[in-house]
Each structure stands twice: as structure tokens, then as C-alpha cells.
Design a protein around this ligand. Sequence first.
Ligand SMILES: Cc1ncc(COP(=O)(O)O)c(C=O)c1O
Length: 413
Amino acid sequence: MFAKSAKLHVNGVSHNIRFYEPYPFVVKKAAGKNLIDVDGNKYTDYWMGHWSLILGHAPRNVKDSLKRQIEAGWMYGTVNEQTIQLSELISKAVPVAEKIRYVTSGTEATMYSVRLARSTTGRKIIAKIDGGWHGYTSDLLKSVNWPFSESESSGVINEEQIISIPYNDLEGSLSILKKYSKDLAGVIIEPVLGGGGCIPASADYLKGIQEFCHENNSLFILDEIVTGFRFRYGCLYPTMKLDPDIVTLGKIVGGGMAIGVMCGKKEIMQFADTRDKKKSERSYVGGGTFSANPASMVSGFATLSTLKNKKSIYSKINDLGEYARKELTRVFDGDVVVTGKGSLFMTHFTKDGIAEIKNSADAAKCDTNKLAKYHFKMIAQDEVFFLPGKLGAISNAHEKTDIKKMITVSENF
Ligand SMILES: Cc1ncc(COP(=O)(O)O)c(C=O)c1O
């Protein structure tokens, strides 16, 4: 089946990270905590749809909402009530969301945020983190994968307008930002590096960067596409008393349907208002054909409503994450550092004396081959699925017995 896929698709996949050696299994269906492949193998899934499925696969209330929406049409291309309902939830839970614009992927949300930062400041340079991942937009395709000094792709122009700074190293970051301060439109940061190794930022680091941005009249953009509604009902930034100018959301807020969201302060988002601005003054921020489609909106609404009404979901999955980190650290007995926060975790096999993982460079210096082997062993022998090399996400469909099984098979490895 994969050979067939490889004939039809580049690398056989539709997202680079979905390929792993020797070849990925092919999924037929999914329910709860499980992915089921075409051979009938039933995997306990820790990839959970690129970490978007906090309630598990196909939870009943989201499914019911989608079924009702299918009956009422799934693509309007107009203003709709479903969008207003989702936005009411988001704006109450995310203080910075004074104005919202929907798109259909996280990539677009960060791409437009960068444009908005350049429009509002009249400056060109955007700073990102070494190892930060914000999707495939050319505006942010730099310093993603180790070694950070190499270009990520041919075909990207004006790379010099993206600069990168070391995560969790305030002094090092500020010394770079100061050099570019006059032309610095904004800084974009994930409060927990997702693709870059599941590494939380310290509150002091984020506060220091924010302070620099605000004193320098640059925008402080937090990419909460992974972290938004992941650890609590709302974003992570209020827990650190941060005051970002723009926050991007995606993944969980679409409940597994395509979504990206830009949330921002009114005075910044108004630059995207095309009604009373000349072309030269506005930021032409899109949406796109499928933006705010009612299927994504009701799926997001059903997901957020469930999280809002049942906050115990967060204590359950955060506790399971804590348990997984503790037990993995125990079974690997000094060979790993397990990073993460709440229901997200990642096992790094240390080498060359690395004892702490504070940024993506530390993560890249770990034994990534061993990590891929570990994840692949669980796929091949244990019906446990982590996308090889990536962090694991626990959903409300997982139970302690699942984590215990994952620990046992880790011990076997
Ligand atoms: C932090 C972060 N930002 C942006 C994106 C891009 O989102 P999408 O894949 O929906 O374009 C991702 C995707 O994994 C992400 O993790």
C-alpha cells in the first residue's frame, strides 16, 4: 500500500515528517486512543494528529456536531454563526484576542502575523528561535533543523530578513536583537518548543524578550499553535503574566479539522482592516477560500466547550504526562532526559555528557538515531505509535494503563 502511495506522492507522504524508515504504516481509521492500519494493527497513538486531538480520535460530541453540520452544509464562504460562536469562546479565554482572523493552517497564521508585524512597524527583520517551527512559510523557514547555520531549503529568498536567537539564553538573545533593533519588526516564539524538542521556555526568558520588544516598539508574537488549550483552558502565556501583541493558535482549537487563528490586540489587528486603509497603509492579511468554514468552526467549538465544561480533563492528562516523564526517567536510568510539560513529553537519549536540555541545539546533540529506533521498536513490536523522533501527546482518551504499557515496552527496549 505504501509503494502505491510512493508512486503517487512525493516521498509517499503529504507532510515531510510523516515519512520514516523503512516506511510508514498506512492508516485506515481511528477512534479514541487508537489508530488502526490497513492490516488491522491497532496502535495506541501518541502522535494524535500532530498533537491536535486533545480529546482523542473522533470523540462523540465533536462527531455529533460535525454530523449535524454536514447536514447543514460544510462550506459557506460567507460570514456564519458557527464562527461567531467559536470566537466568543476564544475571546473569553484568550485575553489578547480582541480581534480574530481565521485561516486554515498554522503556517498561514504565522505568515500573516509576520506581515502584520512588518506593516505595523514599517520594519523588515523578524527574529525567531533556533529550532523554532512555525510552519512552512518562507518568512520563517530558517534555523529550524540542526545545523541551524545551513539554509532549510532552496527557493527561499530574503533569508537575511529572518534572524535567529538562542532559546532560553536571554543574554545571548538580547545581544543579537540589539544589533538589529532599528529594523526589528518582531520576535516570534513558541512558549514550549514543539518540533524543536518539547522544551519549555523559562518565564524569565520570555519576559526578557517581551520587555526588549516593547521598549523597541517591535511586536512580541507568541506562537501557541501547540500550547494553546493544551495545558489549561486558554493559552499558556497568562500563567507567566506575559502581554503578547499577537498570539497564533491552531491544532486543538479546530478539534482535528483544518484551522489557524491569529488573535491580536485591536490596535494591531486594525492594520488588517481593509475598509478604510489605503493599500500602502494596510496589512493585506488573508483568510482564504476555506477560512472559517463551518465544519472547522463547529469541531473547534465542540472541543473547546468540552474542555471548558470539564476542566478535570486537564488535571487528568497533565498528571499522566507527569507520570510518563517520571517513569521514563526511572526506566532509562540516567541514559535519557525527558523533557516536556503537562501532557506533552519527549525522551532524549543523552550522549557526550549532555545533562540538561534547554534548547534545540542540546536536543540535536542527543542520540537521535537511538530515539528513532526506540520509537520504531514500539511501532513494530508493541502497537504503540510515536511519530519517530517526535514528542508524545496524551489525550483524554488515554488512561493510566496505556502509559503503564508504554513504560513496560520502553523498559524492554
Ligand atoms: C508551533 C507551531 N507553529 C506553526 C505550525 C504550523 O501549523 P500547520 O502545520 O497547521 O501549518 C506548527 C505545526 O506543527 C507548530 O507546531
